[in-house]
Design a protein around this ligand. Structure first.
Ligand SMILES: *[C@@H]1O[C@H](CO)[C@@H](O)[C@H](O)[C@H]1NC(C)=O
Ligand SMILES: *[C@@H]1O[C@H](CO)[C@@H](O)[C@H](O)[C@H]1NC(C)=O
Ligand SMILES: *[C@@H]1O[C@H](CO)[C@@H](O)[C@H](O)[C@H]1NC(C)=O
Length: 178
C-alpha cells in the first residue's frame, strides 16, 4: 500500500528533502528513551518541548567508551483499530552513520540539526562527556510530500556486541491542515 516509505529522522535518518511547503504538520505525542544496559549509560533523557511542529531535546552520558554499535529502527503504522503494522526496518552501522551525518550534504535538515547538537562525529564515542540535542524542531517542509495522514511509531535500538543498550520510542502523527 505505502510504496514510497518516508523515514522519520530521529537519531537520525537521511531523507529525501523536498523544497515546497507542506500542507501538513507533524505531531509527536510521545518520546521515550530507555536504558537497557545501565553499565554503559549513566544519563539518558529525552523530552518533548512542544508536540505540534515538534521541538525535542535529549542528552546522554556514557559510562564506557563505545567503539562500535549498530542501529536497528523499525517503522510502524498504527491502524484504525490500534494494531501496528511494520512497514520498514533499517539496520545501520552506527559509527558510519555518525560520520556520514556530519560529513555529507544532507541539506537543511542536518545543518539545522548540527547547530543545536554536539553529537560525536566518529567512534569511539567517549565516556563521561555530555552529548546533547537542544530544542531541535521538526519542520514538515523537510519531509517528503504525500505522506499518509496516519499515526505511526518508530522504535529504535542501539546495540553493541553485548546486545541492545538503548531503546528509543516515538509515537507521532501526521495532521493535514484543512
Ligand atoms: C497530537 O496527537 C495526539 C495523539 O493522536 C492528539 O491527542 C493530540 O491532540 C495531537 N496534538 C496536536 C497539537 O495536534
Ligand atoms: C530489530 O528490531 C526489530 C523490532 O524490534 C526486531 O524484530 C529485530 O529482530 C531486530 N533486529 C536485530 C538485529 O536486533
Ligand atoms: C528550549 O525551549 C524551552 C521552551 O521554549 C526554553 O525554556 C529553553 O530555554 C530552550 N533551551 C535551549 C537550550 O534553547
Amino acid at each position: 500500500m505505502y510504496t514510497r516509505f518516508w523515514i522519520f529522522p530521529l537519531l537520525f535518518f537521511p531523507i529525501q528533502l523536498g523544497l515546497s511547503k507542506r500542507n501538513y504538520d507533524i505531531n509527536i505525542s510521545k518520546l521515550d528513551c530507555r536504558i537497557l544496559q545501565p553499565n554503559y549509560i549513566s544519563l539518558l533523557e529525552c523530552e518533548i518541548i512542544r508536540k505540534r511542529i515538534p521541538v525535542v531535546s535529549s542528552r546522554f552520558i556514557l559510562k564506557e567508551d563505545i567503539d562500535k554499535f549498530n542501529i536497528n529502527a523499525t517503522f510502524y503504522l498504527i491502524k484504525k483499530d490500534n494494531s501496528r503494522m511494520s512497514v520498514a526496518e533499517f539496520k545501520m552501522d552506527g559509527c558510519r552513520y555518525l560520520s556520514s551525518m556530519y560529513n555529507n550534504i544532507m541539506g537543511r535538515l542536518f545543518t539545522r540539526f548540527k547547530a543545536v547538537s554536539n553529537l560525536p562525529t566518529s567512534c569511539p564515542v567517549p565516556k563521561g562527556k555530555l552529548f546533547e540535542i537542544r530544542n531541535y524542531t521538526f519542520l514538515a517542509d523537510e519531509f517528503p510530500p504525500g505522506v499518509p495522514q496516519a499515526k505511526w511509531q518508530v522504535r529504535t535500538k542501539l546495540l553493541t556486541s553485548s546486545g541492545p543498550v538503548v531503546e528509543l520510542l516515538i509515537d507521532g502523527s501526521v495532521v493535514y491542515n484543512t
